[in-house]
Ligand binder design. Structure first.
Ligand SMILES: *[C@@H]1O[C@H](CO)[C@@H](O)[C@H](O)[C@H]1NC(C)=O
Ligand SMILES: *[C@@H]1O[C@H](CO)[C@@H](O)[C@H](O)[C@H]1NC(C)=O
Ligand SMILES: *[C@@H]1O[C@H](CO)[C@@H](O)[C@H](O)[C@H]1NC(C)=O
Ligand SMILES: *[C@@H]1O[C@H](CO)[C@@H](O)[C@H](O)[C@H]1NC(C)=O
Ligand SMILES: *[C@@H]1O[C@H](CO)[C@@H](O)[C@H](O)[C@H]1NC(C)=O
Ligand SMILES: *[C@@H]1O[C@H](CO)[C@@H](O)[C@H](O)[C@H]1NC(C)=O
Ligand SMILES: *[C@@H]1O[C@H](CO)[C@@H](O)[C@H](O)[C@H]1NC(C)=O
Length: 534
């Protein structure tokens, strides 16, 4: 069987240039099979760039990447690495890699991207191959954290929205099956942030590609998200320096937020298990005689905090984005991330993808401009239908998680999506549970880190265990392959100072809509002193 021929047939439906493929695949050692890979005949829209054997222990450094992309990773298992340049139209293309581990579990996995990049997820590919998956990743159709290539080029936006992923997956599956000489048994997807949105895009609109999707902190409702993230900078500019809580007040704001909300889950540990229950009242910090004027707030500053923590409505009060969920640290995070200049993703997206106008002023986008972005929705990137019927009917599974200390994408957006899906499909949670489960991860920041038990195996650098009860990726393979769904996700708090890798404590994160509550008299570091309640 010619190496690429069946790929040509498989991709014919996506208007590929004519495929010419004739060569026979030789069967020799892993190493030589690998280096031969780049010489295999291929469809005319695919140009092999390199194929090389990379032994375990190699610190792989990829030259020539945009400086905004991570360019190095340490490979822990023997792999074969193939790079391809794939043309998607007469004005668009992407770079992809396929990593084939010597010790293959017959599983295939695609990785996602981040922000508005532009960067292959080498860290996720490293993690996946370590666990025995054959893995692919792509640069999503452009290079770096930079949206300039979207300008006047809908094809590049289509690649960003979904096509780089669907095509790189089709190619990756084909290469995998041919390389090993046997078909992969199951296919998976792993991604966070923009990668989370890509996972939901697959779940909603391309339900046949993956058997199991792990999607974290999704950048779905993409236009709404970028409207919301852009609004912080607009507010900070509008209220001026005297309306912004000074840095000297941030610790007091955190302490007040904790004092109002930390106890709601039964534990005073600085971590909010259900921020949706927290209705923070910044007015409690308003200056009065006898209070340190460096740490108290003016009415105007309290108003700024309220605006930071409010949902965003659009023209005629339509839904744009839910509120930023409160957590201790959020006000400082917002001011640090969005303070000095307009958020780059909002700026680039509205300039280059929505308006085709590199001179657009994005400092203070209006509700009418948000509305325009919703209406225009280039390449259907919004990803917010709430309809998962097709993946459910096919028997695919979706594991969704979101860190409750995420300052970049509000965890309320994930909760909102779950409830949107419930209404759209007219399903109660007991029925959604059969194919889609959402876990709120307390103490987790954006995709990793945070103050709590946030190591859940969603990334190689955020993993404490491979056990399916404490690792969202192996939880997914178990769900798909053994029919055992995860009822909770045990997160691990790793000590960061002194003894790296040492476990501080673990905590079970509940499946929405359950929330985590500590039992009376419990010790918050004791996993069994907590339970999930409705
Ligand atoms: C990799 O990235 C680092 C940091 O951006 C940079 O200093 C280095 O030159 C890059 N290496 C290569 C080979 O491009
Ligand atoms: C990939 O192919 C496109 C179109 O042929 C070309 O413009 C681009 O420079 C290539 N990229 C790389 C990294 O080879
Ligand atoms: C191959 O992978 C399996 C499953 O992950 C593992 O149990 C085994 O130890 C691995 N073998 C080698 C030689 O790495
Ligand atoms: C984005 O790319 C353009 C064109 O290559 C470049 O001029 C610009 O500086 C880049 N912007 C960022 C933020 O990297
Ligand atoms: C931006 O340019 C592309 C390509 O010319 C076009 O398809 C798209 O409709 C344009 N968008 C707007 C808002 O004009
Ligand atoms: C807002 O309401 C006005 C008056 O009813 C209507 O004409 C307009 O189309 C509405 N706009 C949107 C975006 O819903
Ligand atoms: C909670 O448990 C930890 C670990 O067992 C222990 O070190 C700590 O003293 C306990 N705290 C209280 C208040 O009992």
């Amino acid at each position: 069987m010619a190496f690429w021929l069946s790929l040509c047939v498989a991709l014919a439906a996506s208007h590929f240039p004519l495929c010419v493929a004739t060569s026979q695949y030789p069967s020799t050692s892993f190493e030589s099979k690998c280096s031969d890979l780049r010489h295999a005949a291929q469809p005319s829209n695919i140009t092999p760039l390199y194929s090389e054997y990379v032994p375990a222990g190699t610190n792989l450094v990829v030259p020539g990447l945009d400086p905004s992309c991570f360019n190095s990773t340490t490979i822990h298992v023997d792999i074969c690495r193939l790079g391809l340049n794939v043309t998607t139209s007469d004005r668009s293309d992407f770079i992809m890699e396929v990593w084939l581990p010597r010790n293959w579990t017959r599983r295939f996995l695609s990785t996602g991207n981040a922000g508005i990049n532009g960067c292959i997820g080498y860290d996720d590919m490293t993690y996946a191959t370590e666990l025995g998956f054959a893995a692919t990743g792509s640069n999503n159709g452009h290079s770096g954290q930079n949206g300039t290539r979207f300008l006047n080029n809908l094809e590049v936006v289509i690649d960003y929205s979904y096509r780089s992923l669907t095509m790189s997956t089709a190619i990756g599956k084909h290469v995998t099956d041919k390389f090993y000489g046997k078909a992969h048994r199951k296919s998976y997807y792993l991604g966070c942030s923009t990668g989370g949105r890509q996972g939901f895009k697959m779940a909603q609109d391309f339900p046949d590609i993956f058997d199991g999707i792990v999607a974290g902190a999704p950048a779905f409702n993409f236009q709404g998200l970028l409207a919301w993230s852009g609004l912080f900078h607009s507010i900070i500019k509008e209220v001026g320096p005297e309306g912004v809580p000074p840095r000297t007040s941030w610790a007091a704001i955190d302490a007040e937020m904790s004092s109002q909300c930390d106890h709601l889950d039964g534990a005073i540990d600085g971590i909010f298990e259900d921020p949706s229950l927290c209705n923070f009242r910044p007015e409690a910090l308003i200056c009065r005689p006898g209070v340190n004027s460096a740490t108290c707030l003016t009415g105007k500053q309290a108003d700024t905090i309220r605006r930071f923590l409010s949902p965003v409505d659009g023209v005629n009060g339509t839904f744009v984005y839910p509120r930023a969920e409160p957590f201790s640290g959020i006000v400082g995070s917002i001011l640090s991330v969005y303070g000095s200049e307009q958020f780059q993703y909002t700026d680039h997206w509205f300039k280059y993808a929505v308006y085709n106008d590199s001179n657009l002023d994005t400092e203070s986008l209006t509700p009418e401009q948000w509305e325009y972005a919703f209406k225009h929705d280039p390449a259907s990137v919004r990803t917010y239908s709430g309809d998962l019927t097709q993946m459910r009917d096919r028997g695919a599974k979706l594991l969704h998680y979101h860190g409750l200390e995420d300052p970049l994408i509000s965890s309320a957006s994930s909760t909102h999506y779950y409830n949107l899906a419930s209404r759209t499909m007219s399903l109660a949670s007991a029925d959604i549970d059969r194919f889609y489960r959402y876990f709120r991860i307390s103490g987790m920041s954006h995709c990793l880190g945070g103050t709590g038990a946030s190591a859940i195996g969603n990334r190689g650098d955020n993993m404490a265990s491979r056990d399916p009860t404490a690792n969202v990726l192996t939880a997914m393979t178990r769900w798909v392959e053994e029919g055992v769904p995860p009822d909770f996700v045990t997160g691990t708090r790793l000590q960061d100072a002194g003894a790296p890798g040492q476990v501080d404590y673990t905590r079970r994160h509940c499946k929405y809509p359950l929330r985590n509550v500590m039992k009376a008299g419990g010790n918050y570091t004791n996993v069994d002193d907590w339970h999930c309640v409705l």
